[in-house]
Design a protein around this ligand. Sequence first.
Ligand SMILES: Cc1ncc(COP(=O)(O)O)c(C=O)c1O
Length: 362
Amino acid sequence: MEIPFLDLSRIDKELKEALKSKFAEILDKGMFSGGQEVDLFEKAVSDYLNSPHAIACANGTDALELALRALGIGPGDEVVVPALTWVSTAEVVLMVGAKLIFWDTDEKGLLAGDWTKAISKKTKAVIPVHLYGQMVEMETLVDQASKLNLHVIEDAAQAFGAEQYGKAAGTWGDVGCLSFYPTKNLGALGEAGMCLTSNTETNKFLRLLLNHGQIKRDEHEGVGRNSRIDSLQAGFLNVMLGKWETHQKIRKQIAAFYKSELKGVSDLKLPTGTEEQSHNCHLFVVQTSRRDQLKEFLKREGVGTAIHYPAILPDLKPYLTKGDFSNARAFTTNGLSLPLNPYLSQIEIEYIVDKIKDFFRS
Ligand SMILES: Cc1ncc(COP(=O)(O)O)c(C=O)c1O
C-alpha cells in the first residue's frame, strides 16, 4: 500500500467539480483582483469566527508582517516568539527591523507559560503560535500581556476553526493571523492569508498597508505594498468552506482512531487535546525516542510521514541564538507527524496503525 502524508490530488470528485465551476464562473466574470468573491470570503470568515474584521491578504506570512507593521512594531522593539514554529513567525520580526526574543515551548510545543521572563523594557509584543492546530491557553496569555502592556499577535496559521471558551483562535489578540496555504485545514489552491481584528483603526491600517496605502484608487494615504488576495483564491476558499465541517469531522475521527488504537504502545507519546474544540487536528504529532527508525520503517511500508520541524529556529543560520530550548528541541528529535487529512480511507488508517504496532513489537 502507498499512503502519502498528504496528496491534494485526492480532493474528491464532487469538490473538484465545484472548484472547476468556480474557476469557470470567475473566468467568465473577468474579475481577478478584489470583487465579490473576496467580500464574500471576508464576510464568511468574519461571521464564522465571530471576528468584527477579517482582512484577506496574499498569505499567512504577509498577515504576520502586516500585523506587526499595523501595530507600529519596528526597529528598537523586541518581540517574543516560541523557539518551535514555522520560520515565518520569526522571519517577519526581522523583516520589520525588530529584535527576536526566542522562548522555549512547553511539552505540547506551545510557548511556555513563563515567557514573561523574556521581556525587557524594549519588548512590544508576543506572538503565541497555535502549533499543530492546538491553542495556547489564551485567557492567561492575554492577561499576562495586558499587565505588561504588550501587543498580542496570534499566529493561528495552523489553527483555523479551533476555539477556547467559545472564542476562536485568532480572535484573542490585537491581531490574529491565518494561513490558507493548500495543506492547511482550510486551504486555497494557491497562496492566501488573513488578519483578524476587533479594532476598527487596526482594520483600516491593515487594509491600507496591503493595498499600497490607498484609501481608494490613486488616493494614497501612506506607504504600503501589494499583499492583496487573488479573487480566484477567495473564490476557491468560498467553495472549500462548504466542505469545512465535513472535513473537520473526518480529521477528528481519524485522530480519535489513532488515539484509541495506539494507546499503550510503549515508547510512543500521543498528542493530547485532539478531541477538544481548542484543537483543530491540523497535525497529529507523536513522539518517540526511535523517531528516525520509525519514519524509515513506515516509509519502507509505504506510509509517508513528516517532521514539524527538523530544527528549532534558534539553531537555524539566520536566527542563531543560544539558550535552553529543551522542550522545543525534543520535538525536533522525537516528533513525527502521521498522515491526518480528509482524503484517507479507513483501510489506510488501519494499515498505518498496524504498521506502527508492528514496529514497536519488533
Ligand atoms: C505556524 C505558521 N505560521 C505562519 C505560516 C505562514 O503562512 P503562509 O505559508 O501562508 O505564508 C505558516 C504556514 O505555512 C505556519 O504554519
